[in-house]
Design a protein around this ligand. Structure first.
Ligand code: ADP
Length: 315
């Protein structure tokens, strides 16, 4: 045992086992909370005590006392880490719950306002006011935008707490893209969304979630190309997948920021001033694409425009 201790302790720097142990404690505490954090602390302490603390061959053999002090210090440190990480987990859970409650509370009054606006829009021809229908439609448009933001907040809190569920079914990807392009053409004022290409292939996926990704890419393309008047959506087959691209002729994204745009809450510095957003749509889209074993990526050139690609495996 002594030889083994000497051999292992000479293999690594003296602090390395403690650092590895602390890493194990932090990772277990981060993902599991207090219980797993403390379990990792006890296991690491045992491993360090049994295998890594080199014995000292002195006359008074203080080895055991020294080792004990080191291990007790390590356990105390692990205990503190575990408490801190547990409170971080609790805070995260409370934050997710708070976002979820507030989002649901906001949705109810919005649904009522939308209902009344639709009623006003329908009845506007009965009264002699031509602008009434226009005003009502503008209210509905804004409500839809707010609903989209609230849904994104709900989704991100679900993703963070692992509660985002998917219902898979087999469907024609061309059918879905066509439907979304039609809907987006109804809500955009200045831009024309042009659909090119075709695919006969079907995919097995959550139709609503895939629709959410494509809608997000198209509405971003419109939003970040205020000077342009068209967005081109294209469908293409590849060997075992289907490729959907969304091209805009807008502000583009600087090279230095391209790698970050799928990070949660990230908004590019260039050009987004005055364009509203939360920076979570692409993060959610990327999570959904990954869940379907698909891929999402972007090519962009500043002040020229961007092309976002979504590749999904076909059945
Ligand atoms: P949001 O649009 O709500 O800010 P997203 O997650 O959809 O959030 O996008 C993240 C960021 O990526 C945006 O803030 C913007 O800087 C950049 N971005 C997304 N799509 C485009 C696009 N088509 N053109 C230029 N920049 C874009």
């Amino acid at each position: 045992m002594v030889m083994l201790k000497l051999h292992l302790s000479s293999l690594l720097e003296q602090d390395a086992p403690f650092l590895l142990g602390a890493l194990a404690v932090i990772l277990s505490g981060w993902y599991g909370g207090f219980g797993p954090g403390m379990l990792a602390t006890v296991l690491s302490s045992l491993i360090i005590y049994l295998f890594f603390i080199p014995p000292k061959f002195s006359m008074f053999n203080t080895n055991d006392l020294d080792s004990l002090i080191l291990v007790v210090a390590f356990i105390a440190e692990g205990f503190i880490f575990s408490i801190i990480l547990e409170s971080r987990r609790k805070l995260d859970a409370q934050k997710s719950e708070f976002i979820s409650i507030v989002s649901h509370e906001l949705k109810n009054p919005l649904a009522t306002v939308k209902g009344y606006s639709e009623l006003i829009s329908k009845r506007s021809n009965q009264v002699n006011d031509k602008n009434l229908e226009l005003y009502a439609k503008r209210i509905i448009l804004r409500i839809n935008q707010m609903n989209l933001m609230i849904n994104e907040l709900l989704d991100i809190s679900k993703i963070e707490s692992g509660r985002l569920t998917y219902i898979d079914e087999e469907f024609s990807i061309a059918g879905l893209v066509k439907e979304i392009v039609k809907d987006q053409n109804l809500v955009t004022e200045k831009h024309r969304i042009i659909l090119k290409g075709f695919s006969k292939k079907s995919i097995k996926a959550d139709r609503y979630r895939i629709g959410q990704v494509i809608t997000n890419l198209i509405s971003n393309a419109v939003k970040y190309s205020p000077q342009a008047n068209k967005v081109v959506v294209e469908l293409r087959n590849t060997t075992r997948s289907v490729l959907i691209s969304v091209r805009d002729f807008g502000i583009g994204i600087d090279k230095s920021e391209l790698s970050k745009i799928f990070n949660p809450y990230f908004r590019a510095r260039t050009g987004t001033k005055g364009i509203k957003g939360t920076g979570i749509g692409l993060f959610i889209s990327n999570q959904i694409a990954k869940r379907h074993k698909g891929k999402i990526w972007v090519k962009s050139s500043l002040n020229r425009g961007s092309v976002f690609y979504l590749e999904l495996p076909t059945v």
